[in-house]
Write a protein that binds this ligand. Structure first.
Ligand code: PLP
Length: 361
């Protein structure tokens, strides 16, 4: 995909020249279950309020640099002080800022693979040595003991809960042990926390673990992937470090306005979140009943499934059934695996029926 002329490539920072651009393999299809969006979309009443808020934005003025109104609303929502909140241009910007601040050639990342591929991408871009502690190849459970051991030498530990793409939670006593062991920052990426069982978030540990950071996003449960807004909850000194390296106006005024409406109207998203939670396990069981399929339990809005001849199945879903899911079959540790977003009931029916046809042949 990268068409970079050799002479120009020689002038690039080696860590950048070595990278392949992130390619989500998007293709227009009728049923897109590939990116873990909330496929119900925003409730109409909230959408109307977003449109109204967008219309009121003063386009000639720079945005509030620290998203003050949104920051205050997020702080009230999570019961923390505004100084413990930083908003970013998607969770991805905050992840990148974390690597700018705590990565680099003198730093060290510890992670539990397979996990979100963006961590390694950013680590490599800023030349951060990476220690990957593999999950159990059958259950995908993280090796907490080995992670804690590795964390002693880390400047940054990232764990994902629920994990993308395996769907499992990271145990809270493990988070506490990581925070005690790590001289740097421990990030718990909770991009899918709204879909998980109550009481599973690491947020309550913020009160006792000053090096803990918790990442959230408006992209998944809150139907605002288009707006690119995420936030980190952490000690004010971690927020300070992330503020120091950020681009001054990274979160534009439209996105701030839209996310503020979503935050204030968060109760309106509960019905679709509950529907997705309710449909998740029945969908898993229907997929697991197909010939040769393994489907892991999930606490997120997606399922990790292992299917025979997975890459071919992925292609046939796309080309013969106009259904897009995510192909992880060439990722180490995820051989044969696809990730399927839990969508609306009719979308879930279509993916089960299509996979049944593909696999019976
Ligand atoms: C989607 C996702 C994010 C952040 O997404 P943004 O759209 O950048 O907010 C972060 N971590 C994980 C694991 C994700 O899947």
């Amino acid at each position: 995909m990268a068409q970079i002329d050799a002479r120009l490539r020689a002038a690039m920072r080696p860590s950048a020249a070595a990278l392949e651009p992130y390619d989500p393999h998007f293709t227009p299809v009728e049923v897109n279950l590939s990116a873990n969006e909330n496929t119900y979309g925003m409730p109409q009443a909230v959408h109307d309020k977003v449109v109204e808020a967008l219309a009121a934005v003063a386009t000639n003025r720079y945005p509030r640099a620290m998203s003050d109104d949104l920051r205050r609303a997020i702080a009230d929502w999570h019961g923390v002080d505004p100084s413990q909140v930083i908003v970013g241009n998607g969770g991805d910007e905050l992840l990148f800022n974390l690597f700018l601040a705590f990565g680099g050639s003198m730093g060290r990342l510890v992670e539990a693979t397979p996990d979100f591929s963006v961590y390694r991408l950013y680590a490599e871009l800023v030349e951060t040595p990476v220690v990957s502690v593999p999950r159990d190849p059958v259950t995908f459970s993280p090796n907490v003991e080995a992670l804690v051991e590795a964390a002693r030498m880390a400047t940054l530990v990232v764990v994902t809960s629920p994990n993308n793409p395996t769907g499992d939670l990271f145990p809270l006593d493990g988070v506490r042990a990581l925070c005690e062991a790590c001289p740097g920052v421990v990030l718990v990426d909770e991009a899918y926390a709204e879909f998980a069982d109550p009481g599973t978030s690491a947020e309550p540990l913020l009160a006792t673990c000053p090096n803990l950071a918790v990442l959230h996003t408006f992209s998944k449960a809150f139907s605002l992937a288009a707006g690119r807004v995420g936030y980190v909850l952490a000690d004010p000194s971690v927020v300070g470090a992330l503020s120091a390296v950020r681009q001054p106006y990274s979160v534009n005024s439209f996105s701030q306005a839209a996310a503020l409406v979503a935050a204030k109207n968060r109760e309106a998203f509960v019905p679709t979140i509950e529907a997705i939670r309710r449909d998740r396990e029945p969908l898993r069981q229907r997929l697991a009943a197909l010939p040769g399929v393994t489907a892991w339990p999930s606490q997120a809005n997606f399922l990790c499934v292992r299917v025979p001849d997975a890459h071919r199945a992925w292609e046939r879903l796309r080309d013969e059934h106009s259904i897009l899911v995510r192909d992880f079959s060439s990722t180490p540790g995820l051989e044969g695996c696809l990730r399927i977003t839990v969508g609306r009931p009719e979308e879930n029916d279509r993916v089960v029926e299509a996979l049944a046809r593909i696999l019976q042949a």
